[in-house]
Write a protein that binds this ligand. Structure first.
Ligand code: ZN
Length: 416
């Protein structure tokens, strides 16, 4: 709600004099414009200007909703005069008068009155009403305790909170505050927070969540809509190839074809047969290629110079179908069609380990996120996990193995 972030007490709310309103308020019917910084109070007796019910290129935007979320955003940004002026000039209140009354009652600690007002501001769901009432009485209870009015707090707990409490655990917690308070005057952390000066504002924010959005405009609604618009533009961008930082509100986003690499910079010709698989290392410093020529190559990819051959990995008896970089890019797995996975040291090009299973072929390879285990899909539709030294730790049978693909999920690590 506008201004919930505002920590100023009600007495310090912004007041705009007629003089301050300048040319924006040339209507003669404007009366004392006492405006609050919480987006709550409205100028009275201001004639409602005529405005179109719908706006926008397609006429789909409800003017009232549009103005209200702008007003809300102004208050949220701390532009309280502007927010109040917009309410006045547009004739569109951010909140209905009952909500303003409710806010004032909460902020001035008129708990019983605020609970009575709750029923008038749009909460129709019985459970939501109970929850909101509970939050208010809880605040009342904690503030009474904070003011050392233990008996009054106890009365609130017994006669106001208990009858509507649907959370017995919370009730026990509140009861413990009474004991704690009467013994040594100490509160738990959460209790201290709630009786601080922000407690009532936080309470308002919590109650707002129980209200229909049309009654109180949700927090940061405008920002939410704008971010959604940016996300849609990003997803709709056919040739998207930009960092998110390049998105601007000033124009619709669209990456051009020219941003897609379309010019051959170098041809790597060290394989003697078809290249079947390519993968860059996570740090981008290396490229691994797997080929029908039974070899894999680790290429060095300098930032400015040409890509160069670092190691040719020789040892597989048949074509290599896939490769997988270790999480730290220090090692590489290769999987050959003979059903064997090999683990290689990237710096030396040496083969460190061979993984195989008698009578069954390995057809894919992958790493655990911590780099301590490797996985492979097998031709018998199982998935196996080995430690780096080649000891088989687990094997999940009966799973369908996707072609040349393994994956890792935390659940697999737990054996579930
Ligand atoms: Zn794009």
């Amino acid at each position: 709600m506008g201004g919930v972030e505002n920590n100023e007490p009600v007495s310090k709310r912004v007041k705009v004099s007629l003089g301050d309103l300048g040319g924006l308020t040339n209507t003669s019917t404007c009366t004392e414009p006492v405006l609050n910084g919480l987006g709550g109070r409205m100028v009275k007796s201001v004639p409602t200007p005529a405005y179109k019910e719908f706006i926008g290129p397609n006429g789909e935007i409800k003017t009232v909703e549009f103005v209200r979320i702008i007003t809300k955003a102004l208050y949220s940004l701390g532009y309280e005069k502007s927010g109040a002026l917009l309410e006045q000039e547009s004739g569109i209140n951010l909140h209905p008068s009952e909500v303003n009354l409710f806010r004032d009652q909460v902020l001035s600690g008129k708990w019983d009155e605020s609970v009575a007002t709750l029923t008038k501001i749009g909460i129709v769901d019985e459970n939501a009403l109970k929850s909101a009432s509970f939050l208010i009485f809880q605040q009342k209870f904690l503030e009474l305790l904070g003011n050392k009015r233990v008996m009054d707090a106890l009365n609130t707990l017994r006669h106001e909170i208990t009858p509507i409490c649907i959370d017995t655990k919370k009730l026990r917690e509140l009861s413990s505050y009474v004991v704690c308070s009467s013994q040594n005057g100490m509160f738990g952390f959460s209790c201290k927070e709630m009786v601080s000066q922000n407690g009532r504002l936080n309470l308002l924010e919590e109650v707002q969540k129980l209200l229909p959005p049309a009654v109180m405009v949700p927090e940061r609604r405008l920002e939410h809509l704008v971010e959604r618009a940016l996300n849609v533009q990003r997803k709709d961008c056919v040739f998207h190839n930009s960092l998110d930082g390049s998105l601007s509100l000033y124009s619709d986003h669209q990456c051009g074809k020219d941003q897609i690499p379309s010019q051959t910079l170098q041809i790597l010709q060290d394989h003697s047969d078809e290249v079947w698989f390519l993968q860059f290392s996570s740090n981008g410093k290396y490229l691994a290629s797997a080929s029908n020529d039974k070899t894999a190559i680790i290429w060095e990819v300098p930032e400015s110079e040409e890509v160069s051959l670092k190691h040719k990995l020789i040892g597989h008896e048949q074509s290599i179908v896939t490769v997988a970089w270790s999480p730290d890019d220090g090692q590489l797995l290769t999987c050959g069609m003979e059903g064997v996975v090999r683990r290689w040291d990237v710096s030396t090009g040496a083969c460190l380990q061979i993984y195989s299973k008698a009578g069954i072929g390995l057809i894919s390879c992958g790493w655990s996120p911590d780099g301590k285990y490797i996985f492979s899909g097998l031709t018998d539709k199982s998935i196996c996990m080995w430690d780096l030294e080649g000891k088989e730790h687990k094997c999940w049978k009966g799973q369908r193995t996707f072609e040349y693909l393994t994956w890792w999920s935390p659940k697999m690590g737990n054996g579930s």
